[in-house]
Design a protein around this ligand. Sequence first.
Ligand code: CUA
Length: 360
Amino acid sequence: MDERERVQEDEAKGPPETDPRIAGEKHPVARMIGIGVFASLIGIAITLWIDWFPEQGATSATKIDTLYDVLLICSVPVFVLVMTIAIYSVVRFRAKPGDLGDGAPIHGNTRLEVFWVTVPFLMVTALAIYGWITLDDIEAKQPNEMVVNVTGQQFTWTFQYPSEKLDAKELVLPVDRPVEFRIHTKDVIHSFWVPQFRLKSDAVPGLTTKVRVTPDREGDFEVVCTELCGLGHSTMRQFARVVPAGEFDSWVADQKKAAGGGGGGGGGGQAAGPDAEQLFTSNGCSGCHTLAEAGATAKVGPDLGKLGDVDAKFIRTSIEDPNAEITKGYKPNIMPQDFKDKLSKEELDALVKYLLEAQG
Ligand code: CUA
């Protein structure tokens, strides 16, 4: 009997009732289900035991972590099912050495196909609905909401509180008060993320993106930029300080007093110019440069406290046209070249004076 005849005979017979390789085995499917259930339980226990996220700092964090746990509980059995069948098949139906024959002529299985299309479809749909409900819940408008404008720029974050009429270089939030962050950028795409709040949003040029959060734990939580935005990307980190409501109010009052310069009212106010240290931080200089006076320690650009023997003209040129002269060991085109347009003449004067004085 040649090869072709054998194949024809096989096809005529159809697949064998019992594969000879598992002929002696009792209840192979039941055993696989047993192993699968056992492995799934172990897998679920391990995934729930692992601490995937940092501490929860907002009401949204609890909901997101629960969603994540549900996703894990649903995915582990699917993973185990696929792996159990795959490993069982590889071990049990492995071809014997020298066996070059074809497999049994199987042409699909309608019942099985309906099952493996319907079940995943229902699971994914149910999880998508649950995810949507959770997102809707987190994004719902809250009463007594406070708006905070967040602005990203290379390489710093600044914050503005419209109802408090306050600009700040740090993010302070009263605990248990809903916040709506409105996120902007002055230059490239950044991404605003506080891991303890779980939520994250890109800062996109020309758009205002929004994130709603109700911080429910006091503490210092890092604000991280999670979009590669340039050489100083990894230094684009600040803190969100969540404090009791009373402390927030006194912080606002302090900030306003500081911003008001000599204070209002009587007497011989010397015309206090713009606060140069504030300018230094809020324009992102501290995101790249070290300057002891301003508490800046970044190392993307030169240390501005150690410029050596320089004059006001050099400092001004270096801000207005950064590529005019590049300090040895640093590269051109790293520093933004639009400070000339962004800063007013008074602000530039104040910065130049401040940096000149910083040379000691
Ligand atoms: Cu801003 Cu990365």
